[in-house]
Design a protein around this ligand. Structure first.
Ligand SMILES: Cc1cc2nc3c(=O)[nH]c(=O)nc-3n(C[C@H](O)[C@H](O)[C@H](O)COP(=O)(O)OP(=O)(O)OC[C@H]3O[C@@H](n4cnc5c(N)ncnc54)[C@H](O)[C@@H]3O)c2cc1C
Length: 351
């Protein structure tokens, strides 16, 4: 049976229904570009609100995390997809946004140094752990190791470029008001609305972070450095992104004087010269209790899907899971139980 979509197209197969993507942050933009790449009809809409996580992000993909230097969840697969996806968008957008980055990890304790040494000998970690040394770091007289294989997406720039590209092609509209469900719409709707609007964000724990864009002409370390805060070199000389702390269930999504002073206080412990603050951002991360994203059908809402819960790792998660969700909606593959939004609902009460 044919069905008429809101956008005037007649669909002979329900799988071909146009996809409406709500939310124009990293998650929504990754979904939109995935549909574009796969030639699947879609439209992206979004309303700009204070606290968009993507606009405060440094966009880092750190393959190795924690004090025991273990690989992040499924990082080999996610990174392979991220590289392919972001580089493909760069060729389409005509600009560079995705850069390799090395990360300095200080090894102040014997236990950490032993864990690092073990990883150096582990063939599973060859791509990500190195025994490189740099003169600038040697001068600091602190034991350190260099993580390799990381990447950084210049996230706000990439998002602005994606929005502009899609708008030019009639595929993106910036709304004056937040979208509310339209019962007359008979296509698929994907809610990629992050944590800033609780309407479609059940199970999402908002977690605020703040970051600064600064000028520090005396800081010469070319790699990203994890001190109390992250110091991330940008591709403009002397410019750095610095952040960020974690504040679950914040009172508001705005940058705060306290947040700024806290970051500057952390920097002053490792950099004695003047720091010129160029911008101060705040974003609310969409986190989930079990640290897995929420991806799949929206329980109790046929035709509606969630693409949320990217937490602290949206840059690596979004390209892979966007592709998986679109394949699921097209009826090509299933999603693993660990990301399904209904994983919190007892089995007997699921749809
Ligand atoms: C300070 C900070 C640093 C971070 N650093 C990193 C990092 O280094 N690496 C990393 O991978 N991740 C990092 N993150 C996390 C990353 O930013 C998130 O994982 C990711 O940006 C989430 O993207 P999103 O699109 O789901 O959410 P958002 O960016 O919040 O986007 C959601 C969008 O939907 C819109 N919207 C919401 N409701 C509606 C509605 N009803 N109608 C229309 N539009 C709506 C919002 O206005 C917003 O534009 C960081 C986050 C913060 C805050």
């Amino acid at each position: 049976m044919d069905c008429q979509g809101k956008f005037g197209k007649t669909y002979s197969n329900p799988m071909d229904k146009k996809i409406l993507i709500v939310g124009h942050g990293l998650a929504g933009c990754a979904l939109a570009m995935t549909c574009y790449k796969r030639n699947i009809p879609f439209r992206l809409i979004g309303h700009t609100m204070p606290g968009e996580a993507s606009m405060a992000s440094s966009g880092l993909i750190a393959p190795i995390t924690g004090r025991r230097y273990v690989k992040a969840w499924r990082i080999d697969e996610f990174l392979a997809k991220a590289k392919e996806f972001y580089h493909w968008t760069e060729s389409l957008l005509g600009s560079s946004f995705f850069f390799p980055v090395e990360i300095v990890r200080y090894l102040p304790h014997q236990e950490g140094r032993m864990a690092w040494e073990r990883r150096l000998d582990d063939p599973e970690y060859t791509e990500y752990i190195s025994s490189k040394k740099y003169a600038d770091l040697d001068q600091l007289g602190k034991p350190y190791g260099i993580l390799t294989g990381g990447y950084r997406l210049e996230t706000p720039g990439w998002i602005q470029a994606v929005r502009a590209f899609l708008a030019t092609n009639g595929l993106f509209e910036e709304l004056d008001e937040p979208y509310v469900t339209d019962p007359a719409y008979d296509g698929h709707v994907i809610y990629a609305t992050g944590a800033v609007d609780p309407t479609f964000a059940e199970r999402i724990i908002p977690n605020k972070g703040e970051s600064l864009l600064v000028k520090m002409p005396g800081w010469h370390i070319k790699a990203a450095v994890k001190e109390e805060v992250f110091i991330m070199p940008l591709d403009i000389p002397d410019r750095f992104w610095i952040g960020s702390y974690y504040q679950p269930w914040p009172d508001d999504p705005f940058p705060s004087e306290e947040g700024k002073n806290r970051i500057l206080g952390s920097i002053s412990k490792v950099y004695r010269e003047e720091v010129e603050v160029l911008a101060h951002m705040a974003g609310v991360r969409p986190t989930v209790n079990d640290r897995r994203p929420l991806i799949g059908s929206m329980p109790g809402h046929p035709g509606a899907f969630i693409f949320n819960g990217m937490g602290t790792k949206g840059t690596s998660l979004a390209p892979y899971w966007a592709d998986q969700l679109i394949s699921y909606i097209q009826g090509e593959s299933m999603l693993p139980g660990e990301v399904l939004p209904d994983r919190y609902i007892p089995v007997e009460r699921r749809d």
